[in-house]
Write a protein that binds this ligand. Structure first.
Ligand code: ADP
Length: 591
């Protein structure tokens, strides 16, 4: 991305803080004006000395003026910095909010291309790198631009030849820097790539630490990790080796304004066209240009890091979004129809669903079964419009879901997945996620219906136990019951449930079934079933095979009509019998 693109993005996100940014600029200008006063005051004092014995009152007066100017400079610089920091934090906030908003609006598949580590790096770390340069760019940039410019004009007023002499070091220093910067863009790009690689490898290392420990691998043997860290070190060292000579030479030449001022000033003094007072003043003035010049060499680096952060932010900000319907749809019934649904995650792998036709009448209970990878979860996610389908249609109450605004669609569906994701807040708030406006009584009632009350009361802090704290003490079934309570509270007319596979102990199973029954009451229910015994009473069972519906009917109909279903049922009751014999006294064969 070009610098102008970076600048445009920053301007776009600084709209809200335009006034504080403008004020910051104004304060910075006032600060520069204040900063010039001492130079003028000192010049007057020098003049007094050159003119004879100066009166103490005059010296005190000019000293006072210098001090006032200095105070104006410090105070306004401080104000400018405060305002620019406020603006910088505001820009960071709006950038982060816009990035996460886009993640919600994008199809799930697009978001899943990024690892959690990569997203965290983009939204948190990379955006954070903007704060320092953004907050300092206005006050420092303006004073470092204006101060030398004003000093230069002042020197022209004294003698234009002295002004030109002060700039003699600029082309020399710039030449050295230009040689150094020849490969800067390439090296910076390599540096960022290596830094990103180290970042993602570290996240992977930390996430996989349990496996690394379990398999007795030390950090040293984790070749990918050490390799990335070493490569990063080598790259930064090589970059440093390639540039340090130029950097130091440039850093020595660029601010050496006296290099031109001293010889030219001497000549003009001998020539009689420059007074000793003017010569002294020019020397003092030229020294004030040094700091700004050094600042610009650092600013180049800062700007580059801004460019990279904005480029990554823009990548997220321009993710494709699901087209959203503008006007709310009028939906009077909650049956769901999938008609000739075709879907592919990507062109390379081709269709995952090949013309699915399924009808879920309002208030009915449909089970989706089939071998792993047959497309059950995909079909369920498409109803919630996590992706858009490639062909056919999905309708709720006869209306295509693409005509229903996403927020409205989300209010129509409760989607309970196997992830059982709990947020880092109290169990109470975790249930309230289902309906943020729910009263405590409503939350209790939902939890009671989902059979959660008894285990929540086990915790010392009860409802206020943090999910993280409770996490290790909650069984998989208990976690799922919390998520079901959330869905009961939401009370959406359509419920999609990706049934968990693991919770086979009879006590949990029974409670889970009770909580599911509470959730299903009066709803259009679609259950992705892994344990067939739990869905044998479904109104309709749909058997998926390699992305196609291979059979439909009740449990008994499928037992007689589908060879695959019969085999799946037999292996399921076989597994249950095995579980019953080995650990539980469950009469699975009569399930
Ligand atoms: P099931 O739920 O029946 O196990 P899925 O719907 O999860 O099946 O998967 C159906 C097919 O789609 C599989 O071949 C799977 O590899 C593929 N698939 C699932 N999720 C994705 C994804 N996010 N990106 C690409 N392919 C996917």
């Amino acid at each position: 991305m070009k610098s102008s693109g970076t600048f445009r993005t920053i301007l776009e996100f600084s709209k809200e803080c335009k006034s504080s940014m403008l004020l910051s600029v104004l304060c910075a200008i006032l600060s520069v004006a204040g900063g010039l006063v001492p130079f003028w005051g000192v010049y007057q004092i020098i003049l007094l000395f050159f003119e004879g014995t100066p009166a103490i009152e005059d010296i005190l007066l000019w000293s006072g003026i210098c001090l006032t100017g200095y105070l104006v400079k410090v105070v306004f610089y401080g104000l400018s910095t405060v305002l620019s920091h406020m603006s910088a934090y505001r820009i960071l906030e709006s950038l982060r909010l816009a990035m996460t908003k886009r993640l919600i609006e994008a199809p799930l598949g697009v978001v899943q291309r990024y690892t959690a580590g990569k997203l965290k790096n983009m939204i948190v770390d990379r955006v954070e790198t903007l704060e320092l340069p953004l907050a300092h760019m206005i006050p420092e940039g303006i004073s470092n631009l204006l101060l030398p410019a004003a000093v230069f004009v002042y020197m022209i007023a004294i003698d234009w030849r002295m002004a030109a002499a002060a700039l003699l070091c600029v082309p020399l220093g710039a030449m050295v820097y230009a040689i150094m910067m020849k490969s800067y863009n390439k090296q910076y790009a390599a540096y960022m790539e290596a830094s990103n690689h180290v970042n993602s490898v570290i996240v992977e290392y930390v996430e996989g630490i349990e496996v690394i420990k379990a398999f007795g691998q030390s950090a040293g043997s984790y070749a990918k990790y050490t390799g990335a860290v070493n490569a990063f070190k080598e790259l930064t060292l090589a970059w440093f080796h390639a540039t340090w000579k130029h950097m130091n030479l440039g850093g020595a030449i660029l601010p050496s304004t006296l290099l031109g001022i001293l010889p030219v000033g001497m000549l003009l003094y001998i020539d009689g066209s420059l007074s000793p007072a003017e010569f002294t003043q020019c020397m003092i003035l030229s020294l004030s240009i040094i700091a700004p010049m050094t600042w610009f060499t650092i600013a180049v680096n800062d700007w580059k890091s801004i460019e990279y952060a904005i480029r990554e932010a823009n990548e997220l900000l321009h993710l494709p979004v699901l087209p959203d319907a503008a006007a709310p749809a009028t939906i009077s019934s909650y049956g769901v129809e999938l008609q000739d649904v075709h879907f592919q995650y990507n062109e390379k792998d081709g269709d995952v669903l090949h013309g699915i036709n399924v009808d879920l009448p309002e208030g009915s209970f449909t089970a989706l079964v089939g071998p792993s990878g047959s497309g059950k979860s995909t079909a369920a996610r498409l109803i919630a419009r996590f992706w858009d389908i490639n062909g056919g249609s999905i309708r709720i109450g006869g209306i295509d879901i693409r005509q229903i605004p996403l927020a409205q669609l989300s209010s129509l569906i409760s989607f309970v997945t196997q992830d059982n994701f709990l947020f880092h807040c109290s169990l109470m708030e975790n249930i309230r996620v289902g309906k943020p406006t729910a009263s405590d009584e409503e939350v209790y009632a939902a939890a009671r219906a989902a059979q959660c009350e008894e285990f929540i009361s086990r915790f010392e802090h009860g409802w206020h136990t943090l999910a993280g704290e409770a996490g290790s003490k909650l069984s998989g079934g208990e976690r799922q019951r919390i998520v079901i309570a959330r869905a009961i509270l939401k009370n959406a007319p359509i419920v999609i449930l990706d049934e968990a596979t693991a919770f086979t102990d009879p006590e949990n199973e029974e409670k889970l079934q009770h909580s599911l029954a509470a959730l299903a009451k009066g709803k259009t229910m679609l259950v992705i079933a892994h344990r067939l015994s739990t869905i044998r009473h479904a109104d309709q069972i749909v058997l998926l095979e390699r992305g196609r519906v291979s059979a439909k009917g009740t449990h008994h109909q499928l037992l007689s009509s589908s060879e695959l279903y019969r085999t799946m049922w037999q292996s399921h009751i076989g597994a249950k019998a095995w579980a019953a014999n080995s650990s539980f006294k469950e009469d699975s064969l009569h399930a």
